[in-house]
Ligand binder design. Sequence first.
Ligand code: SF4
Ligand code: SF4
Ligand code: SF4
Length: 305
Amino acid sequence: MTDSQLSGPEPDPAGDAGHAGHPPRVGFFTDTSVCIGCKACEVACKEWNALSEDGFTLTGMSYDNTAGLGASTWRHVAFIEQSAPPVPAPEGRRELPLVQDASQSAGGEFRWLMSSDVCKHCTHAACLDVCPTGSLFRTEFGTVVVQEDICNGCGYCVPACPYGVIEQRPSDGRAFKCTLCYDRLGAGQEPACAKACPTESIQFGPLDELRERAALRVDQLHAAGVPEARLYGHDPTDGVGGDGAFFLLLDEPEVYGLPPDPVVTTRDLPAMWKHAAAAALSLAGGVALSFALPALARGKAQVRR
Ligand code: SF4
Ligand code: SF4
Ligand code: SF4
């Protein structure tokens, strides 16, 4: 594997994985500004993939019972409650919904940030790079899929993921995550979560088209008086070569539990191996010298006698 396949811009991940004549790369653009937190995506994912429920106890941190992505939660809708200063809407436009908070006597306002999180199907996917069995692989659609019948439960992929997405199932140690509905894509169907979303917050399609659509949506929101709208994971020059699943956010990534500057964790592997090889060579040279020098000294002493 070359350095460029581990990091940096990578225009054709499926082709470089050996898929000749592959279809266009597909992915998700999740526009969190129109998410209503209905969780239809979470439920559709569980239903299609026959995933178990996670219990119905609220976390106490928010109106949430799943808390994050995991082995049985491949879509997770975050509910983030935020104080928000009143923002005057530009003339002729409606502002994003702000709700009067009855608990704030000063008439303060708050807003919900809702965001449906998922595996990012990274251009440079460290989970795939470190998998020793080939359970994780790059599909012809450019997505990253884990195969439950090949996973041996080693867990190497879990710390390798810069987003904390993939998780081992406690009962048998095998790793699970979103497959971007590989089975449905093969049958020409869109993923179950995107199909179930009533507001088109989750948009599925060719990645190039989604990036264009997302840039237009950001311009639209800025013109509508929402300057905080920004894209996350769309940039092919970022630390993971851009995500196959990227987002429009209304605040900093950290607010949504996303790393602000993710980097593929295998990026430095070639340099580390070079340093390790140099260190091993020096050690071997030192050991050889430690035997050779005394032998040389003994030889000289015998010659003098
Ligand atoms: S987000 Fe994590 S699990 Fe998903 S492809 Fe990237 S490295 Fe793999
Ligand atoms: S693409 Fe399929 S597997 Fe992935 S979150 Fe959506 S429904 Fe679940
Ligand atoms: S289905 Fe759509 S609107 Fe409902 S929670 Fe999921 S992303 Fe948000």
